[in-house]
Write a protein that binds this ligand. Structure first.
Ligand code: 3HC
Ligand code: NAI
Length: 701
């Protein structure tokens, strides 16, 4: 047939095999191959056709690398028509993940069988798209409107068992050999005279849908979509599945799919899809770099971060020993872990039994002798360099040779920590984000002497515990926290210039940030930044700098934990409310400092807060702290809730145009001085050359 699609008649069953590694994406050659095979099968002696895949998975979707390029025939709908109109039953045999266009291929088949470990799903929404080959029309017809809405707007895959309950899979096979099982299943269907069952022939009775159902769904989704436009269009497609005949529904779906395909949101989300995968690759490490076995982990410090990190490992079945200063601290730490798991159980996302199993895999100790046999240690004690050095010297004495010693420090010098050990090659930073069991980002911090296999192991274990990993070299705050400095500073400066806290936060939330910077400081505790600033000697001596944050802390307003900060908080609901006392205080302070307050546009708020991030990002690239611009985007999307539909700060800067960003930074420099606004040489160079960060990333390989 073709290199990637073969066809063979095996005992009256035609078997189409797709072999397009790594994930059997529906590239043009695959589409053409399937079309040719289905056509050929119509004319031979086969009684039914099995569609299966080689390698690790069934078709995982359209080939995302083809998006944005001129379409090449045959289009997927043509292939699906051929399958659905086949005169012989076509049976999809699913293993791995049947996703997106891949699952749509399976849905066009007359029957679907799957191994128990298989998953099916329509993840297009995660790329800012909707299923463009009938997914929105076929899933509601077979699984119901509500289930379809949930599946397609969440994009989350469903296991074979659940899919069978929902009618999306007809047979979950028992044996290991899927091809043989699928052939047997096909034979049984033929023998029993099973009909050519086409999902398109099902109609949904509109009377079964409650009035207002779709409007309510739109409202609910708008609340959680944060600038993503696909959700609303998915609702429209499913509504079309109820109200329109199949062909008109498919046409509507195709139109909306095309609209999304050319949207900036989808371009940004596709950028993040590839950026995420690239970030885990270390440029100067060969693919075959060996990795060390990680079968047992120790966490030093069972506080906010230590507890969350312990959960990450327990969740994937890796035993953890948590070391604390005393029994009381240990019990407190384990208590918080139990409380966190109980919330998951209450939400019905975990069984009591699973919770007990996971807690049982976390043991506690106050004795270093108990961690001598672990393969990986992650230190998460107070943010104090001397304390961390003391602990690493102890670890060096007690840990077995070959153990990896990691620090979760936010700001401290990983090389200084490594230097107190006799094995700096085994030391690195593994910087998690709070809450560590929830946030997806893991910054892997490469010390000057960190060994290659230690880095490769950290990347691999990070993926195993469900994190998105990005590599950073050592600097103050690494990639993420270092860039954040100017963002928080400007949010406060804007207050003195005339904004209310609400105005600053709303502008950034309107852009898509989950929470504005001032509300975020209230949540984290204003005293945290206050204390951190006291130990810094590098900050300019400027009374305007963090003026409001400092004053609020000195008034006892530490944020949510004291009921007030930049805002006041309802004690019962924690709802944030504007506080006229703070607004008056801001005005008084501006007056004292001789600042003439003015109306400030949302555009200026965004530029003042984001351009320092971007400028620092450019410095980080020049200094080689981050490997690529897209790694910085990954850090911000997965660690700081930067809206994925904007693609991360560096991608966003490319969209705004680096010349525009540079010119604005120069304007701010002229207005506010070089202490805060000094254009990075790389930004200046690229702006002058009319280039983007993405182009620079490609040139710098
Ligand atoms: N198109 C092109 N390349 C793809 C791809 C796709 N759909 N899916 C994965 N890849 C590439 C990855 O970029 C990666 O490449 P690399 O090795 O060069 O970095 C390689 O395949 C392996 O991918 P992962 O590292 O993600 O492998 P995993 O085993 O961890 O995960 C997976 C496998 C679950 C299939 C995951 O890759 C995935 O979720 N893929 C995307 C699935 C998807 O979104 N499908 C819908 C596409 S849109 C669509 O179908 C539109 C339709 O409705 C018309
Ligand atoms: P925390 O104060 O909640 O917990 C620290 C824990 O360490 C306490 O339970 C304490 O009893 C324990 N501890 C102190 N000295 C110890 C010792 N000698 N031996 C064993 N345990 C000891 O602090 P948090 O927030 O968990 O931070 C820990 C580290 O993680 C810090 O380096 C911090 O900068 C970093 N971090 C914090 C983040 C956050 O958002 N809280 C995010 C990312 C990193």
């Amino acid at each position: 047939m073709s290199e990637v699609v073969s066809y063979e008649n095996k005992g009256n069953i035609g078997v189409i095999s797709v072999n397009n590694p790594p994930v059997n994406a529906l590239a043009q050659v695959v589409r053409e191959g399937i079309l040719n095979a289905v056509t050929a099968a119509q004319a031979d002696a086969s009684k039914a056709i099995v569609l299966r895949c080689e390698g690790r998975t069934f078709i995982a979707g359209a080939d995302i690398t083809e998006f944005g390029k001129p379409p090449r025939e045959p289009g997927l709908p043509v292939v699906l028509d051929a399958i659905e109109n086949s005169a012989k039953p076509v049976i999809a045999a699913i293993h791995g993940t049947a996703l997106g266009g891949g699952f749509e291929v399976a849905l066009a088949c007359h029957y679907r069988c799957a191994v128990p470990s298989a998953k099916v799903g329509l993840p297009e929404v995660k790329l800012g798209l909707l299923p463009g080959a009938g997914g929105t029309q076929r899933v509601p017809r077979i699984a119901g409107v509500e289930a379809a809405l949930d599946m397609i707007t969440s994009g989350n895959p469903i296991g074979a068992g659940k899919a069978a309950e929902m009618g999306l899979v007809d047979e979950v096979v028992k044996g290991d050999d899927l091809e043989a099982e699928a052939i047997q299943y096909a034979k049984r269907l033929v023998e029993s005279g099973a009909p050519l069952r086409r999902i398109r022939d099902i109609t949904i009775d509109p009377a079964t849908i409650e009035p207002g159902f779709f409007d309510n769904a739109r409202k609910q989704l708008a609340r959680r979509a944060r600038g993503q436009i696909a959700q609303d269009k998915i609702v429209s497609c499913i509504e079309a599945a109820v109200k329109l005949p199949m062909d008109e529904g498919l046409q509507r779906e195709r139109e909306l799919f095309r609209e999304l395909l050319t949207s900036p949101e989808s371009a940004a989300m596709r950028h993040i899809f590839f950026a995420e995968r690239q970030a885990s690759k270390i440029k100067d490490l060969p693919n075959d770099t060996p990795v060390r076995d990680i079968n047992k982990v120790a966490i030093i410090g069972g506080g906010t971060m230590g507890g969350g990190i312990a959960m990450c490992f327990a969740n994937v079945g890796i035993p953890v020993v948590m070391l604390e200063i005393n029994d009381e601290a240990l019990q407190r730490g384990i208590g918080i872990i139990r409380k966190n798991y109980s919330i998951t159980v209450q939400k019905g996302k975990m069984s009591e039994e699973q919770m007990e199993q996971r807690i049982a895999s976390i043991s506690g100790t106050t004795n270093y002798a108990d961690i001598g046999d672990v393969d990986l240690v992650i230190e998460a004690v107070f943010e104090n360099l001397e304390l961390k050095k003391e602990i690493f010297a102890k670890l060096d004495r007690v840990c077995k040779q070959g153990a990896i010693l990691a620090t979760n420090t936010s700001y401290q010098d990983v090389d200084a920590i490594a230097a107190v050990t006799s094995r700096p090659q085994d030391v690195l930073g593994m910087h998690f984000f709070s809450p560590a069991n929830v946030m997806k980002l893991l910054e892997v911090v490469r010390g000057a002497k960190t060994a290659d296999d230690v880095l490769a192991t950290a990347m691999q274990i990070g993926k195993k515990i469900g994190k998105v990993c990005a590599l950073s070299r050592v600097c103050y705050g690494f990639i993420g926290n270092r860039m954040l400095g100017g963002y928080g500073r400007e949010a406060q400066m804007l207050l003195l210039d005339g904004c209310t806290p609400e105005q600053v936060d709303s502008a950034l939330e309107g852009f898509g940030m989950a929470m504005g910077p001032l509300a975020m400081s209230d949540l984290a505790g204003l005293d945290v930044g206050y204390k951190a600033r006291q130990s810094r000697t590098d900050l300019p001596d400027d009374p305007k700098l963090y003026r409001m944050g400092t004053l609020l802390v000195e008034m006892g307003r530490h944020g949510q934990k004291t009921g007030s900060g930049f805002y006041k908080y309802d004690p019962a609901t924690r709802a944030r409310m504007n506080d006229s006392e703070v607004e008056t205080l801001i005005k008084e302070e501006a007056e004292k400092l001789g600042i003439k307050q003015r109306q400030i546009s949302n555009e200026e708020i965004l530029a003042r807060c984001f351009y320092p991030l971007i400028n620092e990002g450019a410095l980080i690239l020049e200094e080689g702290i981050a490997q690529r611009p897209s790694d910085i985007d990954v850090v911000y999307v997965f660690g700081y809730a930067f809206p994925v539909a904007k693609g991360g700060p560096m991608f966003y800067a490319d969209q705004v145009g680096l010349k525009n960003v540079y010119d604005k930074i120069c304007e701010f420099r002229d207005r506010y001085g070089e202490d805060y606004w000094k254009p990075a040489p790389l930004l200046k160079k690229l702006a002058e050359q009319g280039k983007t960060f993405a182009e620079w990333g490609v040139e710098n390989g």
